[in-house]
Design a protein around this ligand. Sequence first.
Ligand SMILES: *Cc1c(COP(=O)(O)O)cnc(C)c1O
Length: 373
Amino acid sequence: MIRPTFAHVDLEALKSNFRAMTEYLATGARPEPPAIIAVVKANAYGHGAPRVALALEAAGARMVACADIEEGVLLREAGVRVPILIFGALSVSDLDGLFTHDLTPTISTPSAGRALQATAAARDRRLGCHLKIDTGMNRLGFRWDNLGRTLPELLASPNLRIAAVYTHFATADDPDSPLFAEQRLRFERVHDELAGLRIAGRLRHAANSAALLRDERVWYDFVRPGLLLYGVVPPPLATTMPLRPVMTIRSRVTAVKGLRIGEGLGYGVRFTADRPTTMAIVPAGYADGLDTRLANRGCVLLRGRRAPIVGSVCMDMIAIDVTDTDAEPGDEVVILGDQGNDRIDVREMAAIIGTIPYEVLCRVGARIERLYN
Ligand SMILES: *Cc1c(COP(=O)(O)O)cnc(C)c1O
C-alpha cells in the first residue's frame, strides 16, 4: 500500500547527473581527471542511501562517503562494494564496524589516530585511512599549521596506512569570501610539508559541489560532490552541467470544500477568506517534512498551475487555495517537481522558508515512501 504522498527518486536522473559531472571533470586541464567520491551521507540527502549508492556505483563512482560507521554498515549490507569513506569523527565504541564491514575511516584528531592504531593492532590488521587537515573550517581535522608536532606520532603508527589527505572548505559557495582561496593555498602548503615528513604522493581531495564548480585547481585526485549529484546547484552558484533533479514529491487532493467570506481556516486561523474561496486538502504536513514556514507563503502545482498554501501547515495536511482552478478529489498535487510547464524546485522552496536546499532534502519525512525507477 502506498500513501497518496510519496517521493519519486529518479535513479536515471541520478546516473545522468553522474555522467554529466564525469564529462565536465574531463574538460579540466589535469591529464588524469579526478575520480568521484559520491557523498551519500544522511540517507543520501533523504533520497535513500542503499538504492542511491548502488546506482552511483553502477554509474562508475570509485568511492562513496557517509557520515558515520552506522551509515557505512548499512551501505555494505545493501551490497555496496566500492570503498566507503567515513567523514565523521569516530566514537571509540563503534570502531568494530570498520573491520567487520571494511570501511575507510577519516582520522581527524590525534586521539582518533591513537584509538585506531590500538584497535587495528589488537586485531593484527593494517587499516587504510584518510587524514583530514583543518585549513580554516576550524571544525574537525589536524590543524594545517601544527602538523610538525601532531603528525609524527600518527605516521609512526605501524597499523595505519594513510591513503589520502583531504580538507573541507567553509565558504566555497560564497564568491565574496577570501577564505576559499586561502584554504586552497594552505592545503597546497600542507602538501609540500608532507613531502618533508616523508608522506609525499598521497592522494588528495578537497572539493564539495560548490568548490568543484568554483575552481578547477581544487579538483586534485578526487572530488566529493553531494548536492550536485541530486540535481541541485548550491545557491547562489550556477552551472552549465545538464543536471536533472532526482527527487520529486507528489500527493493527491483528498477533499475540496468552500469557505464563505470572513470565514477562517485551520489552527490559529492564519487565513481568512476575503472572497468566496475553494480549498483543497492535501495529505502532507510537517510530519512529512513540509516546513511550517510554508504557511501562507509556499505553493504547490495542481492542474499545471500554482496553488498557494493557505493557513498553517499541520502535522498531516495542508490546505491550498484552488478558487481559480477546478480541483477535484484525486487530482495530482506536485509539492516538489514539474507539472505542466511549471516547476517548484528545492532551491525555490529553501529560499521561501529561509534555509538551504540541503535541509529541505534531508528533512523529507521518514513517513514518505521513496519510489525508485
Ligand atoms: C557533505 C560533504 C561533502 C559534500 O557536500 P556538497 O555540498 O553536498 O557537495 C563533501 N565533503 C564533506 C567532508 C562533507 O561533509
